[in-house]
Design a protein around this ligand. Structure first.
Ligand code: AMP
Length: 397
């Protein structure tokens, strides 16, 4: 059984074809600049040279057609025909309150996703376009939607309700949703396996630290709180996103600098975070290189690490203890500095990092010291595999 995993952005598309017999990735690829000059596909297959197709793609349907053509290409492909793809799993960012788990896509689901578009105007519309494009090209192949928000639907109301007039929740669905759910779920399952324990018996704090970053408190395998909120702008300081700030700053900026809502949103989403503080870059490798002699570069990293530490501590309180802390995604998987700085001062919680063990990048590793009461892990995330697993499970019914 081969599952195609599709992750559609507004002008990009990532895909993986996964053989579910042994969960191996047969091919993975990225299409960029859909709808503009210079669009192209890059496909990677283990043991082969990168395969690049430079071709104009006017829309996502064109893009998916090229993905399928590439997968079956006589010399560069990995399957003989499209019928070998038994099902397609789509990453969908927002499932609102409709979905607490993945779902087989039908007309009703698409309607619900369209309703959720208001809550994720940048993300859901391209996800829906990707689904429709796949349906047009593979009308008989079952498809599944896997939501970034679904894992967090187990949060209790005291965690997801904002202290705003309750009618805003009832009438406008304003509440915390949380994101990166597929990643938090995946790495927490890997951590439980590594500890040789049933996840039901564990209190886990998962730190997904990439360009977008969030932390999740997981009790017995269920999300009970997370740092992202109504949108992925909340919580930690990120590459270009502000994370939590005093909400009064928004109206102040609108009044004092005469900014429109769109301008404030742009400032908070694209010009803030470590980029905003450092004035240099949103890439943590650049910041690390610059930090030595540059105060603002160092300050941006300090702000980033401090917030991680603060949320880890507060989630240990929310969970009533913590058995393990996980670091994942671009920074969490690769940066020993970020992991060490984020855990510094958490000895009172029973957290001790072993510097030598922490000297790893891009692989599963326990990085806590022998005497650490709390286990600490670096675990590469694999959202695509998680999506493929759900797709396989739902399509076998
Ligand atoms: P992601 O969104 O998960 O792809 O993560 C992207 C982020 O990971 C970027 O900000 C990169 O700077 C960061 N990153 C990747 N490799 C490293 C590394 N070796 N050290 C620090 N940050 C890294």
């Amino acid at each position: 059984m081969k599952v195609l995993v599709i992750n559609c952005g507004s002008s990009s598309l990532k895909y993986q074809l996964i053989n579910m017999e042994n969960e191996s990735c047969l091919a993975q690829g990225l299409i960029e600049r859909i709808g503009t000059e210079g669009s192209g596909l890059t496909q990677k297959v283990e043991g082969r040279e990168k395969y690049i197709v430079k071709q104009y793609m006017k829309d996502h349907k064109d893009a998916i057609k090229i993905v399928l053509d590439t997968l079956v290409d006589e010399t560069n492909g990995v399957i003989k025909n499209v019928e070998e793809i038994s099902s397609v799993g789509h990453r969908v960012v927002h499932g609102g309150e409709y979905y607490s788990s993945s779902v087989v896509i039908d007309e009703k689901v698409i309607q619900a996703l369209e309703e959720c578009s208001k809550l994720a105007p940048l993300h859901n519309p391209p996800n829906i376009i990707g689904i429709n494009a796949c349906k047009a090209l593979m009308p008989n192949t079952p498809m599944v939607a896997v939501f970034d928000t679904a894992f967090h639907q187990t949060m209790p109301d005291h965690s997801y309700i904002y202290p705003l007039p309750y009618e805003l929740y009832e009438d406008h669905k304003i509440r915390k949703y949380g994101f990166h759910g597929t990643s938090h779920k995946y790495v927490s399952q890997v951590a439980a396996e590594m500890m040789g324990k049933d996840i039901k018996d564990l209190k886990i704090i998962s730190c997904h630290l990439g360009n977008g970053a969030s932390i999740c408190a997981i009790d017995g395998g269920k999300s009970i709180d997370t740092t992202m909120g109504f949108t992925p702008l909340a919580g930690l300081a990120m590459g270009t996103r502000a994370g939590d700030i005093d909400p009064a700053i928004v109206t102040y900026l609108m009044q004092e600098l005469d900014l429109t809502p769109a301008q404030v949103s742009d400032l908070m989403n694209k010009k803030s975070g470590v980029l905003g503080v450092s004035g240099i870059s949103s890439d943590f490798r650049d910041l690390k290189a610059a930090a030595e002699g540059n105060k603002r570069a160092q300050l941006s990293l300090d702000v980033f690490h401090y917030r991680i530490k603060k949320f880890i501590s507060s989630y240990a309180g929310a969970l009533g203890g913590v058995d393990c802390i996980i670091f994942t995604a671009g920074i969490g998987e690769n940066s020993s500095d970020a992991r060490e700085a984020s855990c510094e001062g958490l000895e009172f919680l029973g957290v001790r990092i072993d510097k030598e063990k922490n000297n790893v990048a891009g692989k599963v590793a326990e990085i806590s010291a022998e005497e650490s009461i709390v286990k600490v892990f670096a675990i590469p995330t694999n959202e695509e595999l998680m999506i493929a697993r759900d797709t396989k499970e739902l399509c076998q019914l």
